[in-house]
Design a protein around this ligand. Structure first.
Ligand code: SF4
Length: 184
């Protein structure tokens, strides 16, 4: 008797890693944390028109201990940086950070002493989303890309180290070096 007759409805093979990645990416709960104008676009993703609930993510949590995604939506002031770090530290592991908009990613047009020039100075960032402000569709796209990243992430990996290595490789890339040469 062939295996098809023994198990007529078939069976599925997978690994714990793939199952864990699938579960993690499908159950992200963002922290309720908006800093400036970008936060309005973030809030809009919850509306019926954009419907972040399609990805099971409409439950923005008021408590960091119930959240595993920090969407840094807006510019980070020097005064706010320690608060942001505290919220991040209180979030459960594994956790992820999305820098939304140019201000959160690099300080944007606020090149001054009051604004942190990129939230990666305060917390490790998994994904950067450009734009001022990025539209809700762009945020949803970035979230889907983050889902892919989470799915690919091996179990037990040191996320901070992966981010550090990626940043090091990006800084050493010919494009970055060329840009630095042009800027000099
Ligand atoms: S990127 Fe633009 S919309 Fe977002 S916080 Fe900065 S100024 Fe506001």
């Amino acid at each position: 008797m062939g295996i098809e007759e023994k198990v007529p409805s078939g069976f599925l093979l997978s690994t714990v890693e793939v199952a864990a990645g699938y579960a993690r990416k499908g159950s992200l709960w963002p922290a309720t944390f908006g800093l400036a104008c970008c936060a309005i676009e973030m809030m809009t993703t919850v509306s019926g028109r954009f419907d972040i609930a399609r990805f099971g993510m409409e439950a923005f949590r008021a408590s960091p201990r119930q959240a595993d995604l920090m969407i840094v939506a807006g510019r980070v002031s020097q005064k706010m940086a320690p608060v942001l770090r505290q919220v991040y530290d209180q979030m459960v592991e594994p956790k992820w950070v999305l820098a939304m908009g140019v201000c959160a990613s690099s300080g944007g047009m606020f090149n001054n002493y009051a604004i942190v020039q990129g939230v990666d100075h305060v917390v490790p960032v998994d994904i950067y989303l450009p734009g001022c402000p990025p539209r809700p569709e762009m945020l949803l796209h970035a979230i889907l890309m983050l889902h892919e990243k989470i799915q690919q992430m091996p179990l037990g990996v040191n996320r901070d180290e992966v981010i550090r290595e990626t940043e090091k490789a990006a800084l050493a890339s010919p494009t970055t070096l060329e840009l630095k040469g042009l800027l000099r």
